[in-house]
Write a protein that binds this ligand. Sequence first.
Ligand SMILES: [Zn+2]
Length: 160
Amino acid sequence: MIDHTLITILEKVSDPEIPVLSIMDMGVVRSAQWKENKVEVSITPTYSGCPAMDVLAEDIKAAFNEKGIISEVKLVLAPAWTTDWITARGRKALEDYGIAAPLDAEADKEALLGNKKIIKCPQCGSTETKMISQFGSTACKALFQCETCQEPFDYFKCLK
Ligand SMILES: [Zn+2]
């Protein structure tokens, strides 16, 4: 379990890729606990090749530092992060931000291969969408376009 005070601090740290989403909602924080005079935070990266994870570790340290707390951030790679760890509030925040929330890994693969139209447009909710590029604004996202409202949007990939 995570100490409530620590949660409050961690909730203020946002995902480097998606400023509206806290890392708690993203489900990347595995644990946070006091070890003598410092806090040890374990995080599981959403996407192993994602350079944003270095930024994230720095952001976490800075957030604790602001409260006068020394922290250490550890990466936990197993079990791998899954989209199930995103909270309901997190999914809503993603959609409000105009990013299609990730599907589960299997569905994700089908969608990125263009086999199935299952990515919902965050603007109008239509599933008539097509992939423009495997890589969107960052390597962790793919660029899609809605064929109903014509809006391009990012899809947060869950490929590992
Ligand atoms: Zn649309």
